[in-house]
Design a protein. Sequence first.
Length: 637
Amino acid sequence: MTFLNTLESVLRQDERLVAENGYVMKNKAYDMGVVGDSNLLKLLLSNSDTRRHFFKDVDGVMVFDSMKFGWTVTSKEFLPDSYTRYKNKIGLVDNSGLNIVQSKDVCLVWPYKDCVLEGGQIKEDQKRNEIFYNETLAPDEINRLLYPKVFTNAKRFEDGKESSTTTFDVNSNLIIKGNNLLAISSLLKKYEGKIKCIYIDPPYNTHSAANTFAYNNSFNQSTWLTFMKNRLEFAKKLLSPDGLIICAIDHNELCYLGVLMDEIFGVENQMGILAVVHNPGGRQDEKFFPTAHENMLVYANDITRVKINNLPPSEEKLKEYKLSDECGNYKLRGFRRSGNNSRRTERPALYYEIFVDPISQKISLENFYGAVRILPIDDSGIERCWRWGPETLLAKKDKYLEIKNVNGKIDLYIKERESDYQGERPKTIWDKSIYSGQTATNELKKLLGNNAFSYPKSIYLMIDVLYVATNKDDVVLDFFGGSGTTAHAVMALNKRDGGNRRFILCEQMNYAEDVTYKRAKIVSNLVSSKIAITYCELAQLNEKFLDAIQKTTNDVELEELHSNILKNGFINYKMFIPEIKQFDSSFSLLSFDDKRHFLLELLDKNMLYVNLCDIDDADFNITEEDKSFTNNFYGRS
């Protein structure tokens, strides 16, 4: 048996490294070797050949050579497949067996991961089933990638009518269709430092969807964190000095995201971790603790400047105000303190005598004819104290105090008035029946019909979030726009409190126009005809090929796309087209998935959309209308 066969045999003993099709996952083995996975190291040490090959004895300590291990498992000789052989043929694998991008000295941190999104959602985790294909880019490439983009298909909806537009009104609401990283990078010129609240509900990994962010499990966690890091760094730039960001997340990524947000926003700016009960019954198919909630991480841009509001009064709370007088509804609360810090010895200034007349309801600090003297002594004879001092009592007694005879004992009560109730401070647990996923689905069906969108966010949750986080003239950004719940909530809250909040939504999926924008139009008609909504799209280049690759269902379609991309696409500079054409027959022998992966690598990711600096380039065929809108948006005209 050769050493490489031995290595394969050893790695197969770790079930984490064996894919469903029975193959050993080379990239995952590489990743585990880089981080020094303890179980992997134990396996390699357990075999004399792998121990001798990858470890060195230094004064009795076995030191692991992670670089040598990485070279071995990524070499073309170790478990070569048809895809690797094909890439070798067309010159994308060098003599060491490494992919060309691996052997470069420039960058291996994978700064940009989001090339293709595969739409829809999966039932198990109520999140999008999105595939993110990994790409390594050098720093200068990243800069070009994040240039502001050209907009197309701009239209404005107002007064129940939609029309194309060549201008952008900053007072309008905005929905952008396109890659959200590139969309928010394009917002910087106009909105940097102006967004009061960013709310996002990003896709995230779960144990039931381990392949969400990679070809295989290899870079699952690191890819997701990089994906989020890219976007959160732009989010911080967009926030106003007194702004805050709220990120919905489940328990699988909660700790990782928290550390990442600590790094980007500063641990000192962490405002709280909130639990939102969205499934009161819990997911009963889970092995240990059925999940009944998700989390919201809340961070301030600058915690010394941020302020939040109380939650709005709930219907359940308002029902408590059952009593009424000439000043309105109220409920009663004992004027004598109880519980901690309520004894006379602890607050002696609040222990004093009060004289009352139960018939006339007269209250005084001085004795008078017919008065009853009362002290804050409880039924157990313990000397307590009053809730107010003498001066406050005299100022508020006529409107806020009531005398009651309870079981033959005269006592004082505070009238807590409904008109004074401004809601409650938001606690760390948010639990209302209207926050449930079923409520959200039913509300959306009323607007768009059945099956418009799976697992939307509750409109009632979002209204409460915005009530707490924003004031009447603030701008709200959601760059995972989804079904448009955030836009709906902004308009609904404005109607409730007379506000003029504006929303900006970014959404890449194809439902951006048919669901997100459509919902916003329907709600605006219900709320106010004066609401203006601008819809536009990032002008596509290679993105249209990425969409086409994701929609393919058979090999014939992929081979047709292969030819089309070579003729009309913007090809990755690493690729040599004559060699690719020379080995067309080898391409046809690849598996369906490998063909898709290769076509994704073939495309230049810097050319997903048209850069603003290329707006006048005749090769891109930008219409005069699109030029006018884009230039107006960026303040160039």
